[in-house]
Design a protein around this ligand. Structure first.
Ligand code: HEC
Length: 127
C-alpha cells in the first residue's frame, strides 16, 4: 500500500503536476536503507557517529544546508564532522535524475533527486 502510494506520487511528480519539492518520505526510506545502520533508526548516532537531529543546533542554530548537501554528494570527502571514523562514499545514490535546488546562498545547483530527498528528510528531523 505504502509502495503503491509512493509510486503514484512519483508518477505524478514526473508529470510535473505536483511540485512540492523533495519528498521527506522518499528521503526517510533512503535513510532507512542506507544510513540507519550507522546513524541509527532514530538518527541519534552513537560513539564517533554524529547525531543527525542536532546538525543545526551544533552549528549555532542555523541549519547548514550546503554542508549537508556537500557531505551527501561527496564534495566534502575527507572533511569529517568528528576526528576518527570517516563516513563511506555513497556514489551509488548519485545514479538517477537530477533536480535543481535553490540553496541558502541564493544559488541554484543541480543535484540527484535522491540526495535532495535525503537532505529534506534530515532537515525535517532537526530539533
Ligand atoms: C558506515 C557508517 C555510516 C553510514 C552507513 C552513514 N554514515 Fe553518515 N557519518 C558517519 C560518520 C562516522 C560520520 C562522522 C565523520 C564524517 O563526517 O565523515 C558521519 C557524518 C555524517 C554527516 C555530517 C554530520 C554533521 O554533523 O555534520 C551527515 C549529514 C551524514 N553522516 C549523513 C548520512 C546519510 C544521509 C547517510 C546515508 C546515505 C549516512 N550518513 C550513512 C558514518 C556513517
Amino acid at each position: 500500500m505504502k509502495n503503491t502510494l509512493l509510486m503514484s506520487c512519483a508518477a505524478i511528480l514526473s508529470l510535473g503536476a505536483c511540485s512540492t519539492g523533495p519528498s521527506t518520505q522518499v528521503g526517510q526510506d533512503l535513510y532507512e536503507q542506507h544510513c540507519a545502520s550507522c546513524h541509527g533508526a532514530d538518527a541519534r548516532g552513537g560513539a564517533q557517529i554524529p547525531d543527525l537531529r542536532t546538525i543545526a543546533s551544533r552549528a549555532g542554530g542555523i541549519y547548514p544546508q550546503m554542508r549537508v548537501l556537500d557531505k551527501l554528494d561527496g564534495y566534502a570527502r575527507g572533511q569529517r564532522a568528528y576526528d576518527g571514523v570517516e563516513m563511506p562514499d555513497f556514489g551509488m545514490l548519485l545514479i538517477g535524475p537530477l533536480d535543481r535546488v535553490e540553496t541558502d546562498d541564493g544559488l541554484s545547483r543541480p543535484l540527484p533527486e535522491t540526495i535532495l530527498a535525503l537532505e529534506a528528510y534530515l532537515r525535517s528531523i532537526q530539533e
